[in-house]
Design a binder for this molecule. Structure first.
Ligand code: FE2
Length: 438
């Protein structure tokens, strides 16, 4: 028994120990070859492992670019050629290499391949003895060229088998790399699409908001005394909704309902709407119909947010159940309905009307306070007073509740008034706790 047979190899067959060592090296390289990091460096290491397994002094690893009909040098040792070198690989040579299941000896006569080998200067310059395809399934992903063995011997069948095993490992890594690249580029395209859609959606939202605002302004234009009313109600209502922590879709619904809440006034005769004096009962009945008409109009529209038509219908409901049109009790009122009721009333109080001039800010705040638990919800009123307090103290440009209010008011007087009302309106539980503590 000779040394090769003791090691488990057959004459001319692969050296099993060498094969196992090479496979374990390739398995370790497998993870690295499947990673996007340092891929070219890992290919270089894979080539050196393959060269060391034979061993040879000269080798080159090339990747296939089928669309350009080329092989590109990505790793080399023992040759002056530099990575990036491109070699033409005509379709017939590519096809022949793709179907080859074992290395090609450059001296062998193989149709299509032999003429390509003779024409390729890199193979001549490096003294290539062997060209092995890198195949994944039936796809040619590249090739490995190896020079003369250190021993000067010819390549054996065992060498061929070893080369193909290692070439297959490299080919899987290269193929994985292609998949990762496609995945990344698909992800990038997808991200670009999502961002484009977001931008279009924002544009649509903005167009939608402008349309709703314009419609609200058109409603207000029917009555010169209510010019800008819907826009101001929307600003106040949104500020209160945000202060009360309403979810975004409810705030959006509230904004739209605020702009359109009085759309039903188109059914009210101008002579009644603009009448400066007291209204007759029949005229009041007509006025009181406008929230129902608003609902009838808006309930035919598919708004992207819930309850827009309902909020508009109930913007004149009071928390004590004496509002109109349905005299709903507090438990039946949605937060948006309670908010719009206060916002609408506050703007009406602080605007000139045919039958009276605008109230002073402290007067309007006093009226709101008087209406707590009658017309207005206590929690909404507290939020209103806190927002107003912040706006009196804060930046005029960002004011929402104060957007339609005559600014010629005394800040300290208004703050004093707000603070007094806030103390009175403290939640019952906290007041009881404070009493027990004293
Ligand atoms: Fe109204």
């Amino acid at each position: 028994m000779n040394a090769r047979e003791r090691d488990g190899g057959a004459p001319g067959g692969p050296d099993v120990r060498k094969l196992m060592f090479s496979i374990s090296t390739m398995e370790e390289l497998g993870d690295a070859l499947s990673s996007r990091d340092h891929f070219r460096d890992n290919l270089h290491t894979a080539l050196l492992s393959l060269m060391g397994s034979i061993p040879v002094a000269c080798g080159a690893l090339l990747l296939h670019e089928p669309r350009r009909g080329e092989l590109v040098l990505v790793a080399a040792r023992g040759t002056a050629a530099r990575p990036g070198l491109r070699i033409a690989l005509p379709p017939d040579a590519a096809l022949a290499l793709q179907h080859r299941r074992r290395p090609l000896s450059v001296n062998a006569h193989v149709p299509a391949l032999s003429s390509w080998v003779r024409r390729t200067s890199l193979l001549k310059e490096m003294g290539a003895e062997i060209v092995a395809p890198l195949r994944f399934k039936d796809e040619l992903v590249g090739a490995v060229a190896l020079g003369l063995k250190y021993t000067g011997e010819t390549y054996t069948a065992g060498d061929h088998e070893l080369i193909m095993v290692m070439a297959n490992y490299i080919a899987i890594g290269v193929h994985n790399q292609e998949l990762l690249r496609h995945l990344e580029s698909a992800n990038t395209a997808l991200r670009r699409k999502v961002s484009e859609n977001r931008r279009l959606y924002r544009n649509l939202e903005s167009i939608y908001a402008d349309t709703v605002r314009a419609l609200g302004a058109a409603i207000d234009a029917k009555d010169p005394y209510t010019g800008g009313h819907s826009d101001r109600v929307a600003k106040i209502a949104v500020a209160l909704g945000q202060a009360l922590g309403l979810p975004e879709h409810e705030i959006n619904a509230l904004r739209i309902a605020s702009h359109l809440h009085d759309i039903g006034k188109i059914a009210v005769d101008n002579s009644i709407l603009l009448k400066p004096g007291r209204l007759e009962p029949g005229e009041l009945t007509q006025i009181h119909r406008h929230p129902t008409v608003s609902y009838d109009i808006l309930s035919n529209i598919a708004f992207p947010y819930p309850d827009v038509a309902l909020i508009a219908r109930h913007h004149h409901e009071w928390v004590n159940g004496s509002g109109y049109p349905d005299r709903l009790g507090p438990s039946q009122l949605l937060p948006g309905m309670k908010i719009i009721c206060l916002a609408d009333s506050f703007d009406a109080m602080t605007s000139d009307r045919p039958y009276r001039p605008a109230l002073k800010l402290t007067e309007a705040v006093g009226r709101i306070r008087e209406g707590v638990s009658v017309q207005f919800d206590p929690q909404v009123t507290r939020a209103f007073l806190k927002v107003l307090r912040g706006e009196v103290l804060g930046d005029e440009a960002s004011a929402q509740v104060l957007s339609g209010v005559d600014r010629r008011f005394s800040g300290p007087a208004v703050l004093d008034c707000i603070d007094r009302h806030l103390r009175e309106l403290k939640p019952a539980r906290r007041r009881a706790g404070a009493a027990a503590a004293t």
